[in-house]
Design a protein around this ligand. Structure first.
Ligand code: NAI
Length: 336
């Protein structure tokens, strides 16, 4: 099938070309994001392959349909950026990669926790400057701390395993409790109880209308003073302005982010020669107790291999009418 792949980098080409040797599709790699301005590039393509910050709203989908696109094959697990109802109305099939490596994201979550706690990024910079002072680097034992996990699906469950290994007390909130997590010793509690009791809170639920700004002023006010909040899921789960107020009042002790609600204009690009126009993001960068990575949780060799395999397998399944097509249907939007 002829595939227009958007928001591509060299590493996408490397992994997709390797898997495509067998799959035999015709892939065109566009560096630009899929937006209203670039959507007309899809003329002559049967499938479009967007990434997490591409625009797949009703108007872009209309342009895709007008140009004959039948399939939107997401190369991500999250699908919050797609208007599924509009796609269904236009007869466009949407597929995704439901699981590629929950370990990749869960392990990156751990990296943020340990990095923030022991300030390894700041320590490294100091040592490079031959500053061996320990002032400001005081951490805490993660062992025996209470960790609250919001969303115990694939990633949340692996994260629970990792934190169980640290000897933490594990709390979770999920409308669908998981037996594997219960076996690890996870106790399911109401969201407010999780906020009140946890030293570390990690978000692993999807972004839906219900979870939008799940962490807001009220939620932060319920949390322990000095709480560590980690978000490797989707940026808009946190009201960033509320988080900034929480950091200023020192109610939030640590904030680790791999995602940011306005990341589309920032992440995945080298902007080192540019002036950052986003004042909220710029403010976040001023805090010594905030650690931000640019949506790299998924970025392991294993995950990129799985993403390429499943994305191309979805396209083959759609084209041939056989095999496993990981279709996303509008009903899933309403699911909690
Ligand atoms: P999953 O679908 O396996 O698990 C999500 C869990 O969240 C489910 O158990 C679901 O019941 C639960 N949930 C839904 N609504 C909830 C609510 N209101 N409160 C609490 N829990 C709720 O998804 P998976 O694979 O574990 O991924 C989780 C999220 O991680 C994705 O939605 C995506 O946004 C994000 N992600 C981030 C990546 C990164 O590179 N930083 C890469 C891949 C995924």
């Amino acid at each position: 099938m002829k595939i227009a792949m958007f928001s591509t980098k060299g590493y996408d080409r490397t992994f997709f070309d390797a898997i495509n040797e067998e799959a035999g599709h015709e892939i065109t790699y566009f560096e630009s994001r899929l937006t209203a301005e670039t959507s007309s590039l899809v003329e002559g393509f049967g499938a479009v392959c967007p990434f997490v910050n591409d625009q797949v709203d009703a108007s872009v989908l209309q342009t895709l349909a007008d140009h004959g696109v039948e399939l939107v094959a997401l190369r991500s697990a999250g699908f919050n950026h797609v208007d599924l109802h509009a796609a269904a109305d236009l007869g466009i099939t949407v597929a995704r990669v439901p699981a590629y490596s929950p370990h990749a994201v869960a392990e990156h979550t751990l990296a943020l926790i340990l990095g923030l706690n022991r300030q390894t990024h700041r320590a490294h910079n100091r040592v490079r400057e031959r500053n061996f002072s320990l002032d400001g680097l005081l951490g805490f034992d993660v062992h025996q701390k209470t960790v609250g996990i919001i969303g115990t699906g694939k990633i949340g469950t692996v994260f629970a395993e990792l934190m169980a290994g640290f000897g933490c007390t594990l709390l979770a909130h999920d409308p669908y409790p998981d037996d594997e997590c219960r076996d690890l010793g996870v106790e399911y509690v109401r969201r407010d109880a999780l906020f009140e009791k946890s030293h570390i809170i990690s978000l692993h639920c999807p972004l839906t209308p219900e979870t939008h700004h799940l962490i807001d002023d009220d939620a932060i006010a319920r949390m322990k003073r000095g709480v560590m909040i980690i978000n490797t899921s989707r940026g808009a789960l946190i009201d960033t302005r509320a988080a900034i107020e929480g950091l200023k009042s020192e109610h939030i002790g640590y904030l680790g982010l791999d995602v940011y609600e306005e990341e589309a204009d920032l992440f995945f690009e080298d902007l080192s020669d540019r002036v950052i126009q986003d004042d909220v993001f710029a403010r976040l960068l001023t805090f010594p107790n905030v650690l931000i990575t640019g949506h790299q949780g998924f970025f392991t060799r294993e995950a990129l291999t799985n993403i390429a395999e499943t994305t191309l397998a979805n396209i083959t399944a759609y084209e041939s009418g056989t095999g496993n097509l990981h279709r996303v249907v509008p009903e899933e939007v309403a699911a909690p």
